[in-house]
Design a protein around this ligand. Structure first.
Ligand code: ADP
Length: 495
């Protein structure tokens, strides 16, 4: 199979790389394997890409190690920053192509995909700015010693990303790792390998030396497992399910105790109080769960509504959900495209069936949409009790579980009643309620009177079983640097 192909989308025709990107070149896998990627809108094969197996991971790690121990070390922080900034510019130049790839391979709408590409460029540029601002401290220990710290790169970073925001997750991982002076091997999700490979082409254009960023396509149980258990990878960053997050942590512990950061699942409560601005709360709650077809780790999948506003709110929320336009991601008015894969579609439909059997009421949706593609109707379950499976487990689809609550204490109790702690939201006009409740919620992010607003300048990550460490902002740099303390003796020998 060749190393690139021409792909036609309704918007653009472009050249798609298909190989593994190692040492700034696209190559075939050692075992010569390939796998197909499917368009979730029509269930047809888009193309096949070359597949990385354990040996390819090894080759990529060697490339990243050689770069790390070699010339990359001598590239000044400012020049690292310039490369990231240039990469950001190239993302913006090719926004139509990158957004079209996302729509084709993932099923998200082109409009939303452009938002992802813009945010990815912003993230790369933001970390480009950080590259020459990473500093240690001088510490006044005593007059005869100069003590200082250096924030050194960790080394070779293995990064495993999911399919729900392919290009955005790529940028979240690459930006801070490179800013801090590391080298990278990144594995895209097997459902959505195309945008990461296209971005790999831009790495060369941005001027990165060979081996600094390596991009491979492959499966979790083979290439992903090879990364998490590799003896020469110093750090692994993972975004995906809590189940796989546990495996990664175990593999890291069993191999070389590589540093681990995990951004995992969620079952985030979106709490609407009686005194909320109802129009605002409806818009954000709709966006909170149905944005990206519910395929967000921080989705507002539990909607908790106070009893005084409940009937009015739910009536209008149902009307709003039913109006979300489903269809072809390339059409301008589409809000919701297909789920990413048959497997995800089946998992979500199983949860919907389970919700029906558990005794929750389907207030909106609850069925497949159309006959082709992995489309699922926006689904609102009411009469959900906090112990139900649909209120406890991450569904990762356009399904929201609605529960009524009496007062603030009950909202907090239900809000904190899952094993997750990624995000939460509070809708109220009362500032005291907003602050009190956001302080009490066990979540890494709390939105007040909005939802899903994430900035690359601010940290993102989970409490409880939603993860380890924080991505984005200056906080992410801590994951990609290690602190060295140097004591320089100025005085005479003491002993
Ligand atoms: P989902 O179930 O939504 O596909 P996963 O957590 O399985 O989410 O996948 C997220 C990423 O983790 C993907 O890149 C996938 O290939 C990878 N992955 C899956 N299983 C493993 C594993 N055992 N070890 C390492 N990576 C894995």
């Amino acid at each position: 199979m060749s190393l690139s192909t021409t792909i036609k989308t309704p918007n653009v025709t472009y050249e798609q790389p298909l190989g593994l990107f190692i040492n700034n070149e696209f190559v075939k896998g050692v075992e010569g394997k390939t796998f197909e990627t499917i368009n979730p809108t029509d269930e047809k094969v888009i193309t096949a890409v070359h597949e990385a197996t354990e040996q390819d991971v090894d080759i990529a790690v060697k490339a990243a190690r050689t770069a790390f121990e070699g010339d990359w070390h001598n590239v000044t922080p400012s020049n690292r920053g310039r490369m990231l900034t240039k990469l950001a510019d190239l993302f913006e130049r090719d926004i139509e192509i990158l957004a079209s790839i996302e729509a084709l391979d993932n099923g998200k709408t082109v409009t939303m995909a452009k938002g992802d590409v813009g945010a990815a460029a912003g993230c790369l540029r933001y970390y480009g700015g950080w590259a020459d601002k990473i500093t240690g401290q001088t510490i006044d220990t005593n007059t005869e010693t100069l003590t200082y710290t250096r924030h050194e790169p960790v080394g070779v970073c293995g990064q495993i990303i999911p399919w729900n925001f392919p290009i955005l997750m790529w940028a979240w991982k690459i930006g801070p790792a490179i800013a801090a002076g590391n080298t990278v091997i990144i594995k895209t999700a097997e459902q959505t390998p195309l945008s990461g490979l296209y971005a790999a082409k831009l790495i060369v254009e941005a001027g990165f030396p060979p081996g600094v960023i390596n991009v491979i396509s492959g499966f979790g149980r083979t290439a992903g497992a090879a990364i998490s258990s590799h003896m020469d990878i110093d750090k692994v960053a993972f975004t995906g399910s809590t189940l796989v997050g546990r495996m990664i942590l175990q593999a890291a512990a069993k191999s070389n105790l590589k540093k681990v950061t995990l951004e995992l699942g969620g079952k985030s409560p979106n709490i609407v109080f009686d005194d909320a601005d109802i129009d605002n709360a409806i818009s954000w709650s709709n966006f909170g769960i149905f944005f990206n077809h519910g395929q967000c780790c921080c989705a507002g999948s539990r909607l908790l509504v106070q009893e005084g506003i409940y009937d009015k709110f739910i009536q209008r929320f149902k009307e709003r959900a039913a109006k979300n336009q489903l269809g072809n991601p390339f059409h301008e008015n589409t809000f919701q495209g297909p789920q990413v894969s048959q497997l995800q579609f089946d998992r979500i439909m199983e949860y919907i069936d389970h919700g029906k059997k558990e005794g929750a009421t389907v207030a909106v949706g609850g069925e497949r949409h159309g006959t082709e593609g992995y489309f699922i109707q926006p689904t609102v379950f009411t009469d959900v009790t906090p112990d139900m499976k649909i209120a406890q487990e991450e569904i990762f689809g356009p399904v929201v579980a609605v529960t009524k609550f009496k007062d603030e204490a009950e909202a907090i109790k239900i809000g904190n009643s899952t094993s997750y702690g990624l995000a939460a939201a509070v809708h109220t006009k009362n500032v005291n309620t907003a602050i009190r409740v956001s302080n009490a919620l066990k979540a890494g992010t709390v939105w007040i009177n909005n939802y899903n607003m994430i900035s690359y300048q601010a940290p993102f990550g989970g409490f409880k079983e939603s993860g380890l460490g924080r991505e984005l902002g200056s906080y992410a740099l801590e994951n990609y640097t290690q602190v060295k303390t140097v004591h320089y003796r100025l005085g005479d020998a003491l002993f």
